[in-house]
Design a protein around this ligand. Structure first.
Ligand code: AMP
Ligand code: MG
Length: 343
């Protein structure tokens, strides 16, 4: 299949091409969409055959449900049984990087929800994403636009590498600002359960509801491979071909010593510019040390870079498993298939 690639330029052609992307979606085709989290692989959420195309293009197991994207938070009403808590969350965090799981209405086929009777709803903040959903006139089911198992795409170049020739269109809206996928929560019984951490943190959610819990699968490396509440969490995920070695170290010095005495030629390490001369292996620059936002932004693209460089192993210092670092920790234990080394 020939894949149309269009880069948003702010010119007159944008409108015409956004209309085209909407028509492709409405007609059951696949369009890669820029969002503030990562690039999504969109298809009509009302169509069984369109959803099946997503699973085929990604090579994704069909029990892993898709997130349904809407142009306005209140559109959730059409596809899910909402609650007052949903609207409190919507007022505070939507449009934005938050996905809310609620009982689904019949219009959403089970092919979209992996056979579950619930549906995950998100209203993205990215203006191009919302324009495309509006043009489509249908809700848009969209997982990350990578081949299943590999790191999520945060630029159109990543999508092209994984999806060229497999999908109808790629809309290039620049690099994804946040860089990790949305926070996924369920809100059953008035309790917020975080199933996947993201830029909307436990602390932020606590401002809206005093009962917020984190699902065990989020932080427990042992649960990689087990059956969690969010089916996507059971797969080894976000992983490059290089082996990811997550190192728990009390200090930067301990980390440097561990890497220098264990790594060999053909290995690499994630480190900041300031630390780059300390290592005797290839350094992939991560931005400011300790800045969760900067690491989130560059994580997936650095994991892809590790593969472009054909690195055998990459060493990464384990971030804290709380607060704004939790999303990163959660992605890294999956990339490392649950293993943590102690420096
Ligand atoms: P991705 O499509 O790669 O962004 O992943 C979507 C995530 O949302 C996966 O971890 C799914 O398991 C999760 N998810 C989507 N829909 C549901 C649902 N109805 N119930 C539980 N988890 C869901
Ligand atoms: Mg994904």
């Amino acid at each position: 299949m020939e894949t149309i690639i269009y880069k948003i330029c702010g010119g007159e052609r944008d409108r015409e091409m956004l209309e085209l992307s909407g028509k492709i979606l409405r007609d059951g085709g696949l369009v890669a969409i820029p969002t503030e989290t990562v690039y999504g692989l969109g298809a009509s959420a009302l169509s069984v055959s369109a959803a099946e195309k997503i699973y085929a293009a990604k090579g994704r197991p069909s029990d892993n449900p898709l997130i349904v994207h809407v142009a306005e938070p209140c559109d959730a009403e059409l596809f899910a049984y909402t609650t007052p808590l949903y609207y409190r969350l919507a007022e505070r965090f939507m449009p934005g990087p938050l996905t809310v799981i609620m009982p689904k209405r019949d219009v959403i086929p089970e092919a979209v929800t992996g056979g579950l009777d619930t549906v995950a709803i998100r209203c993205p903040f990215h203006s191009v994403a919302r324009d495309i959903i509006r043009c489509a006139g249908v809700p848009v089911a969209a997982p990350s636009a990578n081949r299943s198992g590999s790191p999520s795409p945060t630029s159109a170049a990543h999508v092209i590498a994984d999806m060229l020739g497999r999908i109808d269109m790629i809309v290039d809206g620049g690099d994804s600002e946040i860089g990790v996928e949305s926070t996924v929560i369920s809100i059953a019984d008035g309790i917020i359960t975080i199933l996947r951490p993201g830029a909307v943190t436990e602390e932020m959610l606590s401002e809206v509801c005093d009962r917020v819990v984190i699902d065990k699968a989020v932080t427990d490396p042992e649960s990689v491979g087990a059956k969690p509440a969010s089916p996507g969490m059971k797969y080894k995920h976000y992983a490059p071909a290089a082996e990811v070695i997550l190192v728990e170290a009390d200090s930067v010095d301990d980390f440097v010593r561990y890497v220098n005495s264990n790594a060999s030629d053909g290995d690499g390490v994630f480190a900041s510019m300031a630390e780059m001369n300390d290592f005797n292996v290839r350094v992939l620059i991560t931005g400011e040390v300790g800045s969760a936002a900067e690491l989130n932004h560059s994580l997936f693209s650095l994991l892809r870079e590790a593969d472009d460089l054909k690195l055998r192993r990459v060493y990464i210092r384990k971030p804290p498993a709380w607060g704004e670092h939790l999303a990163l920790f959660n992605r890294l234990i999956r990339a490392a298939a649950g293993k943590i080394e102690k420096a």
